[in-house]
Design a protein around this ligand. Structure first.
Ligand code: PLP
Length: 402
C-alpha cells in the first residue's frame, strides 16, 4: 500500500503567502458558473478584446506548423520577429531600438514578473501605480521588497503625476513601474508629464524604470502615445513591456516582447533559458504576420472600441450616483460610484454580478486608491453594454446599499 503524506504538511516557502492574484479571473470564473446555472450574465469584467485574432495571423501560425516549425527557437525569440518589433517601433515612434536587446516572451505579464524579480528584495522599494494592474503589487510583495503605491487620481485625469512619483523616491528605490494608457482607469499620461518625470529621474540614477505600454495603440480623441523610448537619457535603465495580446486580440496566444538595457539583457536571457526555454514557435510566426501584415484590423477594432466608449460613458453618467470621466485610452471605464451610497465598491461589484447579472471589478482590486470606483471593460458588444447599463440602472434605483 502506498503511504500518503497529508497534503496539509506540504507548504511552499512563505513568499507564496504574500503572492496575490488578479480578481478579474475569479470574477470570470464566478460569471461562468452563474451562466452555467442558467443565469443570463453580461460580462464586463475581463480585460480582453472580444474579437477573434485576424485571419491572416491565424493562417501564418497554422502555416508555421505545416512548414515544420515544431522545435525550440532561440530563447530570446526568432530573429525575424525581434527585427520586426524594432521596425514596428521605428515606424510608429521613430525610435531606434536594437533587435538584439528585444526578448520575445510568453505574454506581457512575463516581463513584469522578470523585471520585478530582478530588483525586488527585502530592503528595496518599488513604486507602482495605484489603482493599477494587480500583478505589480503581488509580485513586489512576493520578492519581499516594499511596495510603494503612487496614487493615480481622477482629478489628474488618471494620469500619473511626475511630482508625486518623484517625491516618493528614496535611496532604497530600485524600480518605478509606469503604465500609460492605463488599466484599470483608461488614463493617459501626457508627454509633458513624462518629460518632467524623466528630467527628475536624472537625480536618481540608481532607479530603473519599467514602462508597461501594452495599450499603446488604444488611444482616442487624437491622443498620441508618449513612449518612454523617446528619451535616450534613460535608455540604460529602461525596461519596456509590450505585446500582442490586446492590439491584435491575441490574449490566448501568450505573446509579448520586452526591451532590456545592456546591463540587464543577459539576466533576462538566462531567466528565459531557465523558465520557459522559448516561446511557442508557431505563435511567434503568427506574431510576425501581425507586425508585417495589414494594420487596418487594428484601426477597425479601435473604431469599434471608440463607439462603445461613448456608449458606456454616456450610459454610466446617466445612472443614479455614478459619474464617469471620459477614458482617453485602453478599453476600460472607471466610474466613480461614491455617490451611490455603496461605501464598498467591491460589495457593489459583487451585488451587481449576483443580483443584476453584470460582471464588473471593484476598484479596490486594483489598489487602495481604487475605493469608490468600479472597472468596466467595454470589450463586449454594444447590445450587451446597453443591456448591462439598463440592469445597473434598475439595480441602483431599487437596491439598498450595503
Ligand atoms: N499590463 C497591463 C496593464 C495589462 O492590463 C495586462 C493584461 O491585462 C498585461 C500587462 C498582461 O498582458 P498579457 O495578457 O500579455 O500577459
Amino acid at each position: 500500500m502506498p503511504t500518503s503524506t497529508p497534503s496539509s504538511r506540504l507548504r511552499p516557502i512563505p513568499a507564496f503567502d504574500r503572492i496575490g492574484e488578479e480578481n478579474a479571473f475569479a470574477v470570470l470564473a464566478r460569471a461562468t458558473e452563474l451562466a452555467g446555472q442558467g443565469r443570463d450574465i453580461v460580462n464586463l469584467g475581463i480585460g480582453q478584446p472580444d474579437f477573434s485574432t485576424p485571419a491572416h495571423i491565424v493562417e501564418a501560425a497554422v502555416k508555421a506548423l505545416r512548414d515544420g516549425h515544431h522545435g525550440y527557437t532561440p530563447s530570446t525569440g526568432i530573429a525575424p520577429l525581434r527585427e520586426a518589433v524594432a521596425a514596428d517601433v521605428h515606424r510608429r515612434f521613430g525610435a531606434e531600438i536594437d533587435p538584439g536587446k528585444v526578448v520575445i516572451v510568453p505574454g506581457g505579464k512575463v516581463t513584469m514578473f522578470s523585471a520585478i524579480l530582478m530588483f525586488g528584495e527585502p530592503g528595496a522599494d518599488i513604486l507602482y501605480p495605484d489603482p493599477g494592474f494587480p500583478i505589480y503589487r503581488s509580485m513586489i510583495e512576493f520578492t519581499g521588497a516594499r511596495p510603494v503605491p503612487v496614487p493615480i487620481r481622477e482629478a489628474n485625469g488618471f494620469a500619473f503625476s511626475a511630482e508625486e512619483t518623484l517625491a516618493l523616491i528614496t535611496p532604497a528605490t530600485r524600480l518605478i513601474i509606469l503604465n500609460s494608457p492605463a488599466n484599470p482607469t483608461g488614463g493617459v499620461t501626457p508627454k509633458e508629464e513624462v518629460d518632467r518625470l524623466v528630467a527628475g529621474l536624472a537625480a536618481h540614477p540608481q532607479v530603473a524604470i519599467l514602462s508597461d505600454e501594452i495599450y499603446d495603440q488604444f488611444l482616442f480623441d487624437g491622443e498620441k502615445h508618449a513612449t518612454l523610448l523617446a528619451y535616450p537619457e534613460i535608455r540604460d535603465r529602461l525596461i519596456l513591456l509590450n505585446g500582442w495580446s490586446k492590439t491584435y486580440a491575441m490574449t490566448g496566444w501568450r505573446m509579448g516582447w520586452s526591451l532590456w538595457p545592456d546591463g540587464l539583457f543577459e539576466a533576462m536571457r538566462k531567466l528565459a533559458v531557465n523558465a520557459w526555454s522559448c516561446v511557442n514557435a508557431p505563435a511567434q510566426y503568427g506574431a510576425l504576420a501581425a507586425l508585417q501584415g495589414p494594420q487596418d484590423c487594428v484601426a477597425d477594432m479601435l473604431a469599434e472600441f471608440d463607439a462603445r466608449r461613448h456608449l458606456v460613458v454616456k450610459g454610466l453618467n446617466a445612472l443614479p450616483g455614478v459619474s464617469c470621466a471620459v477614458p482617453k485610452g485602453a478599453f476600460y471605464a472607471f466610474p466613480n460610484v461614491a455617490g451611490t451610497g455603496w461605501t464598498s465598491a467591491k460589495k457593489l461589484a459583487s451585488a451587481l454580478l449576483e443580483e443584476a447579472g453584470v460582471a464588473t471589478i471593484g476598484g479596490p482590486d486594483f489598489g487602495v486608491h481604487g475605493e469608490g470606483y468600479i472597472r468596466l471593460s467595454y470589450a463586449n458588444s454594444a447590445a450587451n453594454i446597453s443591456r448591462a447599463l439598463e440592469r445597473m440602472g434598475n439595480f441602483l434605483s431599487e437596491a439598498r446599499a450595503a
